[in-house]
Design a protein around this ligand. Sequence first.
Ligand SMILES: C[S@@+](CC[C@H](N)C(=O)[O-])C[C@H]1O[C@@H](n2cnc3c(N)ncnc32)[C@H](O)[C@@H]1O
Length: 247
Amino acid sequence: MSEDHEAGETAGAILAEPVNYDADVAAYELATKPRYQNLGFAERYLAGYAGRLKLSTFASYVIARREQNCIAKALETCSPLPSQILDIPCGTGKLADVLIRHNCQVMAADISMEMMALAKTAYEGRPGFQGFVRCDVTQLPMANESFDTVICLRLIHLIPPHLRRKIINELARVTSRRLIVSYGLASRFQRIRLKLRNSITGRVSAPHPVDFSVAREDFSQAGLKLVRSFSILPLLSCEQVFVLEKA
Ligand SMILES: C[S@@+](CC[C@H](N)C(=O)[O-])C[C@H]1O[C@@H](n2cnc3c(N)ncnc32)[C@H](O)[C@@H]1O
């Protein structure tokens, strides 16, 4: 067989089924990540938890309040109290009030300019706010141990497995003391609930929930010790917030 012929056949095969094709990666890179980089979507996201209360947005509202309360509780019980916080991804600024109340310096970061544009109302002009940074959490532009506390809310459940550890390691790299991170935890009950929910709504709310043992492995390989955890809405949500400290 000539080399040309072989190359032609390989090229055909690539078109039909790319060698490195991975449905999870494609779904994140081509759908999830760009979805937030759209002003209309960002406005709906903000209205979901901070807009006029409607039946259709009630769950987002309740979950957001619980998230804010859990993060507030997590911060209050930290010793020493946080003084330099990174809020990543900051989204539309859900945590601004909670973080600013703690009398510390806060930097907010996200890959989406559209989400951050809406976070300005919550963050800008507030005491201690240090500004926004557009960046990709897989490759942060910050030096090692730039913050004593890094908070990463509602991201990891969107992340395909091949990137999850990279992100946890990156978050661990830029914090000197602690990481507060939420995961989607996949108990048997939650897997069934998510499947049912997805088939009713047609939307995948937590594409990448993981078993607790997987989350624990992520933490220990990044040199993080689990000190506390909060369930956002037991039974009704798979979201769990973990408070981790550098070992
Ligand atoms: C569900 S929102 C959560 C935002 C905020 N933490 C909250 O709880 O409202 C997910 C956010 O992750 C951001 N995001 C997704 N992939 C990212 C990446 N690779 N680097 C930085 N931000 C990312 C999106 O732009 C979006 O703002």
